[in-house]
Design a protein around this ligand. Structure first.
Ligand code: HEM
Length: 431
């Protein structure tokens, strides 16, 4: 594979330089120079993805934001890209077999509007806020597991288990079954972008389990709805109040909450911690503000970490429902369009000093959680988890440091998600 030019080539007048190679290992380690090139020379760029599907990449902030809210771009792979989907090249592996495809990220209005309204009733910012003590408890328990050792792999021992236990708790998966989820999730994350057989099996098991759990909870649910129950009960109740959420839809919803809320949060904690370790002055600022008992910088810090190296590199699939023009490029009906959030969030036309980590950044309308009707419904939970995780790490392990050469760290080469495979750290053992 050709290495990617270290800096965006200014390019003397003449033929446009060749586009950088995308989706190589070098690209996975640092895609930002390639994105800078695309923003400048080919802001809407047609490329062949590793799966063999041809898709358009949208890399400028203004175009990306517009595309995310453009009703002519459908999320439904069945109606608009039947062939690629049928070959299993689009969407979540195993989805075709699971009979549970009608989740939020795969549908358009009016179905999307109805389902989103129902899930929003169950998944409220209040429910997330009420969950704060539980997230703190989980965070401390995980750190207890390695604090006395003086070293850890923060991905495997911390960033990975925290979101899976948190979302399982929130959904109402009994504690004794949560380790199964940890295994299935581990399979999904380990093989993301790799062999799909194991992933498809794990997806199927998870969905089977959730369908069964919903069935059981529905039978057990008291006739009088009680507030403050788990999210699955909330989803079932929402369906029982005159509006329609079939058992299948509730299972698909629970699954997508897990699927969308798991690897993303792993990578926000992983990428975020890594960025702090690589930017000592910024990390010190944050640590000092936490020592003073302030939380304002922690809040802007998590937003900045989402912008600077967010977990969702590309938004999920969109398909043109009609021919359209984006930044001068003609896009045919049926063409897949991928909005590159990671590129948009480093666009110098929108952000001052976009390649600088500035935890106090105020003007920060990043696209890390998307934009428009598909805007992340789990954002309050993700923020809570990331803020708790980072603050607790810095408080309990104040001299946390990287225990590897950054050049030796490996990034997952998946398409949608961006994250480290491992994050070895050292610190003075806690006594
Ligand atoms: C949608 C990012 C955590 C559930 C999205 C989208 C993004 C995103 C970019 C829009 C995708 C698109 O338009 O194609 C993130 C990030 C997270 C995170 C960066 C963590 C750091 C969570 C959590 C949950 C969740 C914790 C649930 C527990 C969802 C759902 C959607 C979604 C259900 C689909 C919404 C819809 O289509 O209406 N997320 N997410 N996410 N996210 Fe998140």
């Amino acid at each position: 594979h050709d290495p990617i030019p270290a800096a965006c080539p200014a390019g003397p007048a003449g033929p446009a330089p060749e586009p950088p190679s995308l989706f190589t290992w070098e690209f996975a380690a640092d895609p930002y120079p390639a994105y800078a090139w695309l923003r400048e020379h080919a802001p809407v760029h047609r490329t062949t993805l590793p799966s063999g599907v041809d898709a358009w990449l949208v890399t400028r902030y203004a175009d990306a934001r517009r595309a995310l809210a453009d009703g002519r771009l459908s999320k439904n792979p069945d109606t608009h890209s039947g062939r690629a989907h049928a070959k299993g090249k689009v969407g979540i592996p195993g989805e075709r077999n699971a009979e549970l495809v009608s989740h939020l990220l795969n549908i358009d209005p009016p179905d999307h509007t109805r389902l989103r309204r129902l899930v929003s009733k169950a998944f409220t910012p209040r429910r997330a806020a009420a969950f704060a003590p539980r997230v703190q408890e989980l965070t401390d328990r995980l750190i207890d597991g390695f604090a006395a050792r003086g070293s850890a792999d923060l991905i495997h021992e911390f960033a990975f288990p925290l979101p899976i236990y948190a979302i399982c708790d929130m959904l109402g998966v009994p504690a004794e079954d949560q380790d199964d989820f940890r295994d299935w999730a581990g399979m999904m994350i380990r093989h993301g972008g790799g062999p799909r057989g194991g992933v498809a099996r794990s997806v199927k098991k998870m969905r089977g389990y959730l369908a069964d759990l919903i069935h059981r909870k529905r039978a057990e649910l008291p006739a009088e709805a009680r507030p403050g129950e788990d999210l699955i009960s909330g989803l079932i109740r929402a369906s029982d109040h005159g509006e329609h959420l079939t058992e299948n839809e509730a299972a698909a919803m629970a699954f997508i909450l897990l699927f969308a809320g798991f690897e993303t949060t792993v990578n926000l904690i992983g990428n975020g911690t890594y960025a702090l370790l690589r930017n000592p002055a910024q990390r010190t600022l944050l640590q000092e503000s936490l020592d003073r008992g302030e939380s304002a910088l922690l809040a802007t810090a998590v937003e900045e970490l989402l912008r600077y190296d967010g977990p969702v590199e590309l938004a999920t699939w969109r398909f043109a429902t009609e021919p359209l023009t984006l930044a001068g490029e003609r896009i045919a009906a049926g063409d897949p369009v991928l909005v590159v959030l990671a590129a948009a969030d480093r666009d110098p036309a929108r952000f001052d000093g976009p390649d600088t980590l500035d935890l106090a950044r105020r003007d920060n309308p990043h696209l890390g959680f998307g934009h428009g009707i598909h805007y992340c419904i789990g954002a309050p939970l993700a923020r809570l988890e990331a803020q708790t995780a980072l603050a607790t790490l810095l408080r309990r392990l104040p001299d946390l440091r990287l225990a590897a050469d950054p050049d030796d760290l490996r990034w997952r080469g998946g398409l949608i998600m961006r994250g480290l495979r491992t994050l070895p750290v050292e610190f003075t053992p806690e006594r």
